[in-house]
Design a protein around this ligand. Sequence first.
Ligand code: HEM
Length: 312
Amino acid sequence: MDFSQYESKSSQEIKEVISGLMKVGGMPNLVDFFPILRPLDPQGLASQGKVCVEKLFAIFDSIIDQRLQKRAVSSSYDIDLSTQNDVLDLLLDINFKDGHELSINDMKSLFMDLFVAGTDSISTTLEWAMTELIRNPKKLKITRFELMKCMHTKRETLNEHDIPQLPYLQAVIKETLRLHPPGPFLVPHQAIHDVEVKGFNVLKCAQILCNVWAIGRDPKIWSNPNAFMPERFLESKIDYKGQDFELIPFGAGRRSCPGLNIAHRELHTMLASLIYNFEWKLEENMRVEDLDMEEKFGLSLPKNIPLMAIPA
Ligand code: HEM
């Protein structure tokens, strides 16, 4: 199912619900500071979140129902109408084999996790990458030149196997994630026992937010920290896979982002096709210096004013 068509009702619907969830999830909640207030839900955030989850589950229900009907028809006529061999089919197969292991409700929760964690994060990062490149036309040119060189010998479209041949593109993605991590505080963690970290006592059950945004702009770690300089990664081995703590936009350790590998592929191939296939310009009368670089406060840090760029 294609959720990326602007005109399609289903894609707009899912986009709105996910934005709603991100908005509710990113609002400071009094209940986190005064848990005694939880049953009262003073800001109405829990009830708004519930409405969004119900809407999202209704969308998933209808998709799952349609697929179950197709599968039923195909099994009764013994023809293979149904299997699209996608994640939904895979999960339904598991559900049929052993329903107790994975219920339909588990599947919907899993899809919710994937859609909430895996859509905004990618689009926000790409929007920031394009903004930074349009603001730095020389760097956009270098990225494009590298892509042209790589594609020169190929006849097919660019794909994930090309990523290792594109060091500048990789550096652009790293630099974008350093400056604009879509999970600026990661996801809240909780200490499972009292622990001392570099002289700080962290009590059992304390909620920990890790300020990756500040780490990415720390002048003790990065020279000229607020400047967009992909070059800083060309001669460096620093990567975002969770081993180099100065760059952990995906977190680190056992609860780090399970979508890292797909995100890595998506970010590079999508940004590459935007840059390779189009020349970008700003709206008439708009100068590069006028581009708004404010972040919108929330769970992820999208641009406050969306980027308006015109492909040529
Ligand atoms: C630019 C892309 C992305 C970034 C920067 C990112 C970052 C993160 C971060 C920081 C966390 C929390 C890690 C922690 O607290 O230590 C996380 C969790 C998660 N991410 Fe991503 N993510 C991205 C894309 C994706 C994609 C594409 C998917 C799936 C298709 C995904 C699925 C998840 C899930 C399911 C979790 C929750 C894991 C858990 O609860 O243990 N993410 N991500």
